[in-house]
Design a protein around this ligand. Structure first.
Ligand SMILES: Nc1ncnc2c1ncn2[C@@H]1O[C@H](COP(=O)(O)OP(=O)(O)O)[C@@H](O)[C@H]1O
Ligand SMILES: [Mg+2]
Length: 348
């Protein structure tokens, strides 16, 4: 249901904008309610209502956004300009003259996206990550994700377990590798950093002029974590040859050209990476993809309660798609490791 204009005007007025002319739904985000606001003064804004079903502590969220944008601004980096926070609402200045990619199509686009996230991480590499609230606890704790899958399979509330026996076996064969990065982060073997945690292409606004770097937006899940989870999610989402819910598995896989461009863009910006982190770049792509596939499979077993689905079996299609993507990354491990300049990691 859409929000009445009078309610939006009241929210805007409470944030100091009393001359809104046009307020309309904006963007293709799946999490928050986003509106573009044009004021009589000529100023333009993004008004958002945070999804409190996912982000339960809006004060902590606002605090994180202020900490991150404050740090970036102090260093002269381009970032979101916060006007106000008001409960679940917030107002940002509209970043104009930019475009974004819902799906990465070309190596040049992959390069721009990876470079933007790498520079974002680089600018934050001197921010004490413990200053950020863990806004989504256990988000990349793959041991916890495995437990959730096991519990959903054991409970089998929808009677779907037999149907997904092959997918459960697929995960079983990869339990060891699945927890590598989360356990190394927990033990301190790889550093805990302030990272984005939603490194999708459409969270980068790329200047249309071609001048300057892309601006990273959607800072809601920025919190302490591993830089590799962002890189891994870029591989998962931006080297794929098909959408994450493509049902024709023959179309699903990782593109060598897109992977190469992601690595080039990422390494150009991520000057802070340690030798240990560099060595895990290919594994990161496989783990992030397996993790998301596991979450789709868990949701399918649990009765599709978390992810929005468009048709029965949508989550199973997504899980199978992600697992095919894992297989494609595994098949290209040696080649991709050579591209990233890291040792090939064992498969399984
Ligand atoms: N400051 C901004 N300036 C211009 N466009 C923005 C800004 N913030 C968000 N957007 C647009 O709104 C869309 C949704 O915002 P986002 O913060 O990514 O929400 P979601 O969490 O729902 O993905 C973005 O993909 C982008 O197109
Ligand atoms: Mg977004």
């Amino acid at each position: 249901m859409d929000l009445p204009r009078s309610e939006l005007d009241a929210v805007l007025a409470s944030m100091g904008v009393k001359d809104a002319l046009a307020v309309g739904r904006y963007g293709g985000g799946h999490i928050n309610d986003t509106f573009r606001v044009c004021a009589a003064s000529g100023a333009e804004y993004i008004l958002q209502r945070v999804n409190t079903g996912i982000f339960t502590d809006v004060a902590a969220l606002a605090d994180n956004v202020r900490t991150v944008t404050g740090h970036l601004k102090a260093k002269g980096a381009r970032t979101i300009d916060v006007v106000a926070f008001e409960g679940p609402w917030r107002l940002y200045r509209f970043i104009s003259g930019c475009t974004s990619y819902d799906v990465v199509q070309t190596p040049a686009e992959a390069f721009a996206v990876a470079l933007a996230f790498a520079k974002f991480q680089d600018e934050l590499s001197d921010l004490d990550a413990s200053r950020l609230h863990e806004i989504l606890p256990g988000f990349h704790d793959t041991a916890l994700r495995l437990r959730h899958l096991d519990e959903a399979a054991r409970a089998d509330v929808m009677g779907r377990r037999a149907e997904v026996a092959a997918e459960l076996a697929f995960v079983d064969a990869r339990r060891g590798m699945a927890t590598t990065i989360s356990s190394m982060t927990a033990s301190g073997a790889i550093p805990l950093r302030a990272v984005h945690n939603d490194a999708k292409a459409n969270n980068v606004l790329v200047p249309k002029s071609g001048d300057g770097d892309g601006v990273v937006i959607d800072l809601d899940s920025t919190m302490p974590g591993s830089a590799l989870c962002d890189f891994g999610d870029m591989v998962r989402s931006s080297s794929a040859t098909a959408a994450e819910d493509e049902a024709d598995l023959a179309k699903v896989g990782a593109s060598r050209d897109l992977f190469e461009a992601l690595v080039a863009g990422y390494l150009e910006g991520a000057r802070f990476l340690t030798r240990e982190e560099c060595a895990l770049m290919t594994l990161a792509g496989r783990i992030s993809t397996l993790e998301v596939g596991m979450r789709f499979l868990t949701d399918y077993l649990a009765g599709d309660t978390y992810f929005k689905t468009a048709y029965p079996g949508h989550n199973l299609v997504r899980a199978r798609n992600q697992f095919r993507m894992v297989e494609s990354l595994e098949a290209q491990e040696r080649d991709f490791a050579a591209i990233a300049g890291c040792p090939a990691q064992p498969v399984g």
